[in-house]
Design a protein around this ligand. Sequence first.
Ligand SMILES: NC(=O)c1ccc[n+]([C@@H]2O[C@H](COP(=O)([O-])OP(=O)(O)OC[C@H]3O[C@@H](n4cnc5c(N)ncnc54)[C@H](O)[C@@H]3O)[C@@H](O)[C@H]2O)c1
Length: 409
Amino acid sequence: MRLGVGFIGSGFNARFHMLGWKGVRDADILGVWSPNATNAASAARYARELDVGAAKAYKSITEMVADPAIDAIWINGPNQARIENVEEIVHAITSGKGTLKGIACEKPLGRNVAEAKHLLKLAEKAGILHGYLENQAFAPQITTGHNLLWKRGAATTGRPYLARAAEEHSGPHMPWFWNGALQGGGVLNDMMCHSALVVRQLLTPPGDSLSTLVPKRVTGHIASLKYTRKEYAAQLKKRMGVDYLKTPSEDFASVTIEFETPDGRIAIGEATTSWSFVGPGLRLSVELLGPEYSMKWNSLESGLDLFFSREVKGRAGEDLVEKQNAEVGQMPVVASEAVAYGYEAEDRHFVRAFLGKEPPILTWHDGLDVVRLLMAAYMSAEQGKTVQFPPRGVDTFVPAVAQGTWKPR
Ligand SMILES: NC(=O)c1ccc[n+]([C@@H]2O[C@H](COP(=O)([O-])OP(=O)(O)OC[C@H]3O[C@@H](n4cnc5c(N)ncnc54)[C@H](O)[C@@H]3O)[C@@H](O)[C@H]2O)c1
């Protein structure tokens, strides 16, 4: 049996999933809907060129859900469209226009807890399987290290106690990411979702639910290190149309999460993210430490480096690594990025889950948990102190950055 998949959104992330799809069996990308028909048609053509399905553009989400060829939807629209996208899917199902086996949604599930809870309720109302798309949880270096470390190290000398994760690059590619109200925050909302989940995953035995590790205390920190400097704010205004001197968002965030393990011990997750990192390109890094073992991964230590002398006049591009910052000198290359960052294994898993071959490893419950942790981190950062988890009021909290009232100093 094969799964016919429809995509909502035709941008950067949708195309990353399409690339990863080359390593996915038993499923075809058959549709794309995006508000701009030309972009939808272009993404559908890209899927056909990659030979990952006979994708065509649909005129509406409802039309895509109603097509019996479509069994599942992958949501890759911008954060601010999440609710309207899911409402339309669920309405198409509950009004009898179509049926689906599953619905997979990109991070963040919602821009705050109230939105994430609403989305989870909608999925439950539709009565279909839901998957939370967190690619880094499926990155081969992370899953392989995680499995081996627990199997050999933790099994004989005790569970790990400290996990670190970081995601850093020089800033997002589209204006809406820089708009706190649209996106839901700054880099904390955009990228800490990955790192906060990965540290919890690494500290949890492979195969166990992340909920077995209970967050107890959260300490968050946010700052604007680069883009509120006058020259960079001006650059951003020109490139992205946002006024960072009036409505800034954070380009640096860190969080320390103290978890309680099922045997009553403390384990610590440290995560840091930034849009103010200038290096060759996107850098993902991870460490896991236990009593007699450790693990480390840095995506820019890729094993492949190219060198171009100053005589090489290259055009700006992202052909060596995502969010590439240079075209000359020594540059690491991440070969098969869609594999390295986890998209391929993630999509393979959710296809199998929606075909009923295995339970989804991450659901919208996990997506909601992540949002609650992020909002606790914002609350801690705003209050300048560690908060007990869950902090009072977290379910109705909207970060100052998202309200346009944040003052970096
Ligand atoms: N897992 C990751 O590492 C990762 C990376 C990038 C983005 N994302 C997430 O993926 C989603 C898409 O991000 P992106 O980078 O592709 O952004 P993008 O701006 O490149 O693409 C967004 C797409 O959504 C379409 N769109 C616009 N309005 C819409 C609407 N009302 N409904 C549905 N689609 C609409 C746009 O036309 C565009 O095709 C976001 O939620 C983002 O947080 C995840």
